[in-house]
Design a protein around this ligand. Structure first.
Ligand SMILES: [Fe+2]
Length: 439
């Protein structure tokens, strides 16, 4: 039995395995691009259960059917060596196993137990936050990080995790302080940069946001594609709000989609979201829909995260991939029917109508888009994702009202947006024209 860098006991006698686990945990918390270093731990100690669980978690976090298959043998191996490990390792293996089975509520319970009993296990806290994020539980996301603070006051990664939780709970000033503090402690903390970016985006501090993110972007070169493209996506959003469209297209082509791992579901979602936001401002995005859509075939029956599916159906519709789109909508319907109980209502009452609404908008059917999206908006947080990411759906809804020339309703939505976001520049295109009409 050895201890890892956090002082946690690991059932192994191999210092090489420990070193690889330490590196993996550090890279996970820092969104590094070399997560597969965990395989070195398995090679050094083929009976190390938690190393297998970490490897499985890495694949599961990719949220694709293929990656789920890749995770399976690692979960099996972790379970095989379960009877010789300590309690923390057991709980962690169970948590990852539950995640693989789609029992995310059970996975969260294990991560909470680990946070309670073994607060130095930040890899586990990070997984817990991840699940809360995609269940739309912002308080849970914050609380699990705060819970372990007394045991980790020296760890800048935890400060960034707390910062993001605070931002999602609309505690913006505190979020910025924690994010800046993390960055002061270690400039190489892309998740802390990201939390501050959210604050500045929410407060409409566009130039500050650009300066903050661009001045740290040199530290992202060794990030995994998820956070690399996502942090640049945030920069693109600032420029979009400033109406610097050529710059946004350039960022899309060079950093958001240009540097994406094109098979990655999360990179695809970022690209789709940016293309749609550009179109809402009346920008011709050329053949970029078709370019993204050709990577979406494996996504059709996955339904890894409902938040992702709402993006895919829009892209398929805009790319004119009608057969694939029909297949995906039918598949979503079937999935909703058999979904796990804790997500079933969300799928049938929110995800399916929202998907139909998104497709209607993509197909220029404004009335249907409004009718389908309207009842889902108050509950859209249930599909997960951040406020900034989900704002897309409200923008689509507003755009539908504007294009249907229902300006009084549009004005009402706009007033709410202005009040909550303190900026009017995040308004879809067509708006300047229609906005004039309501006055
Ligand atoms: Fe974000």
């Amino acid at each position: 039995m050895l201890k890892d860098a956090q002082g946690l006991e690991v059932t192994t006698n191999s210092p090489i395995a420990i070193a690889a686990i330490d590196l993996f945990v550090d890279r996970s918390l820092g969104y590094g691009n070399d997560a597969l270093v965990i395989l070195d731990a398995i090679a050094a100690d083929p009976a190390c259960a938690i190393a297998y669980a970490h490897a499985a978690a890495h694949y599961l976090s990719l949220e694709s059917a293929e990656a789920k298959l890749q995770a399976a043998p690692y979960i099996q191996a972790a379970n095989k060596y379960l009877n010789q490990v300590n309690e923390r390792e057991k709980l962690y293996v169970w948590a990852i196993d539950a995640w693989a089975s789609g029992d995310v509520d059970r996975a969260i319970a294990y991560h909470e137990e680990i946070a309670q009993k073994y607060p130095r296990d930040l890899a586990s806290v990070q997984r817990g936050q991840y699940h809360y994020f995609y269940l739309g539980n912002k308080q849970g996301l914050l609380d699990i990080a705060l819970k372990v603070l007394p045991a980790n006051r020296e760890n800048h990664y935890l400060y960034g995790m707390i910062a993001f939780g605070l931002e999602q709970c609309h505690r913006l000033e505190e979020a910025e302080q924690w994010g800046r503090q993390a960055t002061q402690m270690n400039r190489y903390d892309p998740w802390a940069h990201h939390a501050v970016a959210h604050v500045m985006e929410t407060q409409g501090r566009l130039d500050e946001g650009i300066a903050w993110m661009e001045s740290h972007s040199d530290t992202w070169n060794k990030c995994n594609s998820l956070l690399y493209t996502h942090n640049w996506w945030h920069i693109a959003l600032y420029y979009l709000e400033k109406e610097e469209i050529p710059k946004v297209l350039k960022l899309y082509d060079t950093h958001v989609w240009g540097r994406a791992w094109k098979e990655s579901s999360k990179d695809q979602v970022g690209a789709i979201s940016l293309l749609l936001r550009l179109e809402l401002r009346g920008v011709d995005v050329g053949d970029r829909w078709a370019e993204v859509a050709k990577y979406l075939t494996p996504r059709i029956h996955e339904h890894a995260l409902p938040f992702q599916d709402l993006h895919y159906v829009y892209a398929l519709a805009r790319a004119g991939q009608n057969d694939q789109l029909t297949k995906m909508l039918l598949s979503m319907q079937a999935y909703a029917k058999n979904a796990k109980p804790f997500i079933q209502r969300t799928w049938s009452e929110v995800v399916l109508p929202a998907a139909r609404g998104m497709v209607a908008h993509a197909k220029v059917d404004w009335e249907r888009a409004i009718a389908q999206l309207r009842p889902t908006l108050p509950r859209l947080y249930e599909i997960g994702g951040s406020h900034a990411q989900r704002d897309l759906f409200e923008q689509v809804y507003l755009d539908a009202w504007l294009r249907a020339e229902q300006n009084y309703e549009a004005l009402h939505i706009l007033e709410k947006r202005i009040a909550s976001r303190r900026t009017i520049s995040s308004i879809p295109s067509g708006l300047s024209l229609n906005y004039a009409k309501v006055h």
